[in-house]
Design a binder for this molecule. Structure first.
Ligand SMILES: [Zn+2]
Length: 119
């Protein structure tokens, strides 16, 4: 097998993600593991400046977020109430599984929103 492809597979197995950016040296796709960006072909991780994972939010964006959080929270809560009624009524186990999945997702969103609201 091609050495580069083997290394790519290894990187992916190690939990790395393939980036949409290409290596400036050899043009093969770059990988990122934790915060390290590297090229599997030339191993030139030291030569590359890692792209910032999260650019810090501008204060205006933070304010937007603060306004949005209560709104999204009430939307999610409304959906959850409707979902709860449906979960209670549905006799179909497949549908029930889907609804539960959705409920779980909404609950996770609420958890994130709560954290955002506090920050
Ligand atoms: Zn390269």
């Amino acid at each position: 097998m091609n050495e580069v492809i083997r290394k790519m597979a290894e990187s992916l197995r190690a939990g790395a993600t393939m980036l949409s950016d290409n290596c400036p040296v050899c043009n093969s796709p770059l990988f990122r593991l934790k915060s390290k960006t590297y090229c599997v072909k030339c191993d030139s991780s030291s030569a590359l400046t890692p792209a910032p994972v999260f650019s810090p939010l501008a204060s205006s964006q933070v304010n937007d977020l603060k306004v949005m959080v209560p709104r999204i929270t009430s939307t999610v809560l409304n959906r959850l109430k409707k979902l709860e009624v449906e979960v209670d009524k549905t006799p179909d186990p497949v549908r029930l599984a889907q609804l539960s999945e959705l409920m779980l997702t909404l609950l996770k969103i609420l958890e994130v929103l709560e954290r955002l609201g506090k920050s």
